[in-house]
Design a binder for this molecule. Structure first.
Ligand code: NAD
Length: 422
């Protein structure tokens, strides 16, 4: 397939392909398997007419991309954002495949998205859009086919509307179709915290490997949404000082430490960080270059670039977001050699692990305590970390490539053993 003529031809999809090729080279992956493993298995594009509060009908475009279904039902979140593109969703779906495989989940990879600025919508408009999107993808997904979850711009309430729409479609309560639901509707205890809990767990573990104490560390977080806020709370509880946070409106910094509960209460009330007085204002670009022990991008892709990679002043870069570091920035960071990197597919895997636990609990209709959830989560994170570090040492490659070697190897083996169809 010629990349230059592909609908997936976007910088972020090419970024994911480049990362994939580096890992595929190491394991000497056959060219035929490579092409199959790279491109999405199936893509659905939907048109979503929604009645707005004004009485007018607005039409939105949505996607669902199933990258890999060779190792189980596809799994991946749904993003509502005005900049969503098909190429971006395809890249995010590919990363889901490698992530699920790396941590040993019985899932393939998928992602969904709707091109919309959900922040400007009323609650009623958001509900109608969420339900319409689910209505359009309902025949494409299911608890044994493809299981969505929250991502940027979607949350527990959106998952509840989507689960209800799907359940009405099939004629019975079917909570296993989607994860990240409210606990009252079959959600798992600990799912809301899971991604941030995982990012914080890896941060603490790698700081310890570097001989640094979490309680002596300063942390900067770009994107104080679901992942960023839960990471901030977990690292604050471990004694770290959060010296910078941001959202889409910009950031704040406070060398004495930002009061995270106060900042989150402010955001809940005002719907953004703008105007919060617990620190000095700065731009998102400036935030990324603040001196700190740990820098955690937890917003969107491609924010650590050729322009700023040489200027980062952290010791550890923990990728809470998917795809925050461009290929050029990876190269600069490798040349610098003074920053440890926890790659996205490892660093934010706590979210999909607890989504898997939620799906398991839905299958058996038997629910676990939060302690059980976190205990099982930490064991899986520890196993994944050990495998990645062992693979990094074995191949003398970057931690990102080591994680991807593990992720793609299992998918490639499953494809080779099953034959051409899956
Ligand atoms: P979210 O919508 O809850 O939060 C996103 C945050 O980023 C918000 O604070 C938003 O204001 C901010 N933001 C948006 N545009 C920005 C910009 N240009 N500059 C700075 N900040 C900006 O989303 P989330 O669920 O926390 O997801 C964040 C990242 O983590 C994404 O890359 C997502 O794919 C990844 N991720 C999420 C989960 C999950 O469980 N939610 C799991 C794994 C990975």
């Amino acid at each position: 397939m010629a990349l230059s003529h592909s609908i997936y031809d976007s910088p972020v999809f090419l970024q994911a392909c480049h990362q994939f090729d580096a890992a595929a080279d190491i394991i000497g992956m056959d060219a035929g398997v490579r092409e199959r493993a790279k491109y999405p298995r199936r893509t659905l594009i939907v048109t979503l007419p929604v009645r707005m509060d004004s009485g007018k009908v607005e039409t939105f475009e949505g996607y669902r991309v199933q990258h890999n279904i060779s190792t189980g039902p596809a799994k991946g979140g749904i993003r509502f954002h005005h900049d969503v593109t098909l190429g971006e969703v395809a890249a995010l779906a590919m990363w889901m495949s490698w992530k699920c495989s790396l941590v040993g989940l019985p899932f393939g990879g998928a992602k969904g998205g709707v091109v919309v600025n959900a922040r400007d919508m009323s609650n009623g408009e958001l509900e109608r859009l969420s339900r319409r999107y689910m209505q359009e993808i309902a025949t494409f997904i299911g608890p044994h086919l493809d299981i969505p979850a929250p991502d940027v711009g979607t949350n527990e309430q959106v998952m509840a509307w989507m689960m209800d729409t799907y359940s009405n479609h099939v004629g019975h309560f079917d909570p296993g179709v989607i994860t990240g639901k409210p606990v009252a509707l079959g959600g798992s205890l600990g799912r809301k915290e899971a991604t941030g809990e995982g990012v914080a767990w890896f941060t603490k573990a790698y700081l310890a490997d570097m001989g640094l104490k979490t309680s002596d560390s300063t942390v900067v977080i770009q994107g104080i949404g679901n992942v960023g806020s839960e990471t901030a709370l977990a690292l604050t509880a471990a004694g770290a000082k959060i010296v910078g946070i941001s959202d889409f409106t910009g950031g704040i910094t406070n060398p004495k430490g930002i009061n995270i509960p106060d900042a989150l209460a402010y955001i809940a009330k005002n719907r953004s960080l703008q105007g919060f007085t617990g620190g000095e204002s700065l731009t998102n670009d400036q935030l990324l270059e603040l001196p700190c022990t740990v820098l955690i991008p937890a917003a969107l892709e491609r924010v650590i670039t050729e322009q700023n990679a040489g200027k980062l002043k952290c010791r550890l870069l923990a990728e809470g977001a998917n795809g925050p570091t461009t290929n050029e920035a990876d190269r600069i960071l490798a040349q610098r050699g003074d920053i440890e990197l926890i790659p996205d597919v490892l660093c934010n895997s706590g979210g999909v692990i607890v989504s898997y636990f939620e799906w398991l609990q839905n299958q058996s209709a038997y629910y676990w305590t939060k302690e059980e959830v976190f205990d099982k989560l930490h064991k899986m994170l520890a196993k994944a970390k050990a495998s990645v570090d062992e693979t990094k040492a074995k191949y003398q490659c970057s931690r990102r490539t080591a994680a991807l070697v593990l992720g793609i190897s299992r998918v490639a083996e499953a494809k080779a053993k099953r034959g051409l169809f899956p």
